[in-house]
Design a protein around this ligand. Sequence first.
Ligand code: NI
Length: 171
Amino acid sequence: MAVLPIVLLPDPILRKRAEPVERVDDTIRQLMDDMLETMYDAPGIGLAAPQIGISKRIIVMDCSDDEVEAEPIGMINPEILTSGDDTCTIEEGCLSIPGHRGDVTRPASIEVRYLDRDGAVQERAFDGLLAICIQHEIDHLNGVLFIDYLSRLKRDMITRKMTKEFRMDRG
Ligand code: NI
C-alpha cells in the first residue's frame, strides 16, 4: 500500500466529473487500498479518487470513532437512490482544502447503490456522520466541493487564499 499526495484546491481535476469504473479488478482494489491508507495517514474520514489525481468514480470512508476498530467502506460508481426529508447541518472540512471549514446542510439519511470491492452491487441505507460523509465524497465525483454550499463571500475568500498558497508552493 502507498500514501499518495493529495490534490489541493484550485487543481482543476477537483472540478471535473469523474469517469465510471468499467471493471472492478486488482488495479481498482489496489487503488482503493492506497486511498484508504492516504485517508488514514492524512488523517481524514473520507477520500475520493479525484483527490489523488485520478478521475474515476471511487470513494472511501471510515467514520468509526475508534482507530483500533477501523470500519473502512469503499464504494465504486456510487449513486444516491433516495434522500430523506430530514436535514442536518455540520461543519465540514476537506483534505483538498486544508485549514478551512464551513457549515453545510444535507439530507440526514440516504440510500445508495454502489459496487463493492468485489464488484458486487450493494444497496444500503445510511444515516449519521457516514451519510454526510458519503454525500461529500460523491460530490467530489461530480466536481462539487463543500465550499459551493457556503455564501459566495466565504467561498471566494477560501478560493483566493488557497490560490495564493498554491502559487507560493510553486515559487
Ligand atoms: Ni473533500
